[in-house]
Design a protein around this ligand. Structure first.
Ligand SMILES: [Zn+2]
Length: 500
């Protein structure tokens, strides 16, 4: 078997997946032989030198990747798209700071009736694109672009990352239909069949008297007191007309947004979510809505919890938050949780803050999947926790680029090998590919080039992305069958090129 296949031959054979799609089904023996050919070729590429990097990249682009289970809609769009959209919305971007005009450099101005002096320093989308230097500056500020490859005055990476959302949010709601179409086409182009997306936060409704009960709970409050305060607020949310309307609107909005996106080769499902850095009662109210929404709609398949985990409030109230999930799971049995937990590294917070987050997300909140799980080796009873995650089949969503940028954790420092060694299932996902300026193929490239899993394991990880999704059993079965077919075609194509 020839192992060194010219890149050009690969590209010609596999361009746009047409050659793959046109191939006929193969019999069992041929399939086995194709599997071995793909396995051997892949093993050669990951054992190779840097000269095979592009071939490996191409193979990861072709690879069927099942689903991306951890991605945020607004962080998935590239800044170039947001600049297009702010142009359509007739907004502008400030190119200077001026407190008297409420102008902040790189921020979007959404008002149309601004003073002439403000107008002079606020650039239209076209003006931004026509000024190469400023255009580059905006891309750098609105995403992680160029952060690592040259020096400039820069904020800490976690701040840089989370600040980007504040810059582009005003353009992000231009057209969800168009935005989802972009993400769908991008996903299909890299052989993905499923996106499970965090799209929009769940609404909250204030009840000052009941909020006081939750907000004044002391640290380590008795469980009975905590549950009494939660119960009162939950009863209010269940009967208040405004709350019921907001929840119904949230559900119908999400269902409308993704209506018609599914086709025979692609599915999208949503998670409702709440941000973790607000006051406890507001978070509880939002979580109630998120759980209620997930119960009401088969298209909202889970609940998540987002925002910087090292934020003051997020750290202070972590245990209380996990108790909220525990309580609401009893109110809404069967709701599935994928929680960001352990997105922390030594030095970001005092060491005590690294010891229990994943544990509590799994054992108290009852999460079925953990987003990131990076600080696992600092957990108080890490070995017991790993065994429990394995026994309960709690999957970890591994986001390599995001973890490298925000936490500075990469290569051997990343716990992916620890999870592998302890048999904890995991998936490869993107988190915020627009901000990170990456895609899922790029994440797989990092995974295989850094950790060199066997071809068998690589396939297992891909299949995990459907197996541990929150799709219904019926949909899951269909998507697993579809994924198997995709691999059949992929392996036949790889076998063919290795014989050339
Ligand atoms: Zn995330």
């Amino acid at each position: 078997m020839k192992m060194f296949v010219p890149i050009l031959a690969l590209i010609c054979l596999l361009q746009s997946g047409i050659a793959i799609a046109d191939q006929k089904p193969v019999d069992a023996q041929a399939r086995q032989s194709n599997y071995h050919a793909a396995e051997t070729y892949y093993a050669h590429l990951i054992s190779g030198t840097i000269s095979e990097g592009a071939e490996l990249n191409l193979l990861m682009t072709m690879l069927p990747k099942g689903g991306d289970l951890h991605n945020h809609y607004s962080g998935a769009q590239y800044s170039e798209t947001y600049i297009d959209w702010l142009g359509k919305l007739k907004y502008c971007i400030y190119s200077e700071n001026d407190a008297s005009l409420q102008a902040e450099k790189y921020r979007i101005e959404t008002r149309t009736d601004i003073p002439e002096a403000a107008r002079k320093i606020c650039r239209t989308a076209d003006a931004v694109r026509n000024d190469t230097a400023f255009y580059r500056e905006v891309l750098k500020r609105w995403s992680n672009k160029d952060y690592a490859n040259h020096y400039h005055t820069q904020p800490a990476p976690d701040l840089q990352f989370f600040d980007t959302f504040g810059y582009f949010w005003a353009a992000s709601n231009y057209s969800y239909t168009e935005g989802l179409k972009i993400l769908k086409e991008r996903a299909k182009a890299e052989n993905l069949q499923y996106l499970e997306m965090m799209f929009k936060g769940a609404p909250d409704v204030d009840n000052p008297a009941l909020a006081r009960q939750i907000n004044s709970l002391p640290p380590n409050a008795a469980v009975a007191d905590v549950n009494q305060a939660f119960s009162a607020y939950a009863d209010f949310m269940a009967s208040d007309p405004q709350a019921l309307k907001k929840i119904a609107d949230h559900v119908s909005y999400l269902e409308t947004v993704i209506a018609g996106v599914d086709d025979s080769d692609f599915k999208i499902r949503l998670q409702s979510y709440v941000s973790r850095n607000n006051q406890p009662a507001q978070i509880f109210s939002g979580l109630y809505s998120a759980f209620a929404a997930a119960t009401k709609s088969s298209l909202i398949v889970g609940v998540n919890f987002v925002g910087p985990e090292n934020g003051y409030v997020a750290m202070r109230d972590y245990k209380l938050h996990m108790q909220m999930f525990q309580f609401l799971r009893q109110r809404f049995p069967g709701t599935r949780l994928a929680l960001h937990a352990g997105e922390l590294a030594l030095g970001m917070v005092p060491p005590e803050g690294l010891r229990f987050h994943i544990h509590d997300a799994v054992e108290i909140a009852g999460a079925k999947r953990i987003g990131h799980g990076v600080d696992i080796s600092h957990e108080s009873n890490a070995l017991e926790l790993l065994a429990s995650m394995r026994a309960k089949q709690v999957a970890v969503e591994v986001n390599l680029t995001s973890n490298e940028f925000i936490l500075g954790v990469k290569n051997e420092a990343h716990p992916v090998n620890l999870y592998r060694r302890h048999g904890v299932p995991f998936v490869i996902s993107t988190d915020d590919p627009g901000v990170s300026r990456n895609n899922l193929s790029g994440e797989y490239l990092l995974f295989v080039s850094r950790y060199k899993p066997s071809y068998r394991e690589l396939k297992e990880v891909v299949f995990n992305s459907i197996r541990y999704s929150f799709l219904s059993d019926r949909d899951k079965e269909a998507e697993l069958a579809s994924l198997d077919k995709r691999f059949e075609k992929f392996e036949a194509a790889v076998a063919k090129l290795t014989k050339q």
